[in-house]
Design a binder for this molecule. Sequence first.
Ligand SMILES: [Zn+2]
Length: 233
Amino acid sequence: MSRPQNLYRLQQIDSQIDQADLRLKEIRTLLSDNTELNKASGIAAKADKILQSAKKELRTAEQNVKNQQIKIEQVENSLYSGVVRNPKELQDLQNEATSLKRFLVILEDRQLEAMLSVDEANEIFSNADAELQKIEAQNEKQQKNLVDERDKILGERELFLAQQKDARKYIIPTDLNVYERLRKQRTGIAVAKVENRACNACGSTLSAALNQSARSPSQVVFCESCGRILFAT
Ligand SMILES: [Zn+2]
């Protein structure tokens, strides 16, 4: 193979390694990104907290109704037991029973409101929990796909590295130095193919002389516009 051809071969391998590294970096970022999951988890936890608090309020409201009913029962027992006979005392007990029953209506209303709050909180929590489970399942599937892809790329990268080592053996040190410098300066692309008498990296047309010398197997020539090594077939 000619000097430019050897350099072009190395360029192709290095570009594949660059591409693999870029994707591996993306995969690392994606694997460590739990934003969506954390968000859904936070919403579900908050909804659960509201539900637990609503349930606690309902239990209190239920207890208040029960206590009130017991108080009414006790007053009515005294009223109808026959033990109290004094009309004034009986009237007082009657008044107390009426007042207790009036407040029972209010307590029952509060209990109903608390039940409605629990229903509402329950629905919000169920939706949030379903959403969380959906995202967890999606996440698990995505993570598995990413890990599979990463392992595949790592395997390919090993092969590329072996090819790179081999390709470098055929390149003379001065060419390799120029190549490495250009890779750094020209976003990874040091060697450009000549297509239709133009540099395919920057698009500029080659002079007839340059187009001719780019075909020489023994010399390395550079694009006059972007400075890359030219490789013509
Ligand atoms: Zn160029």
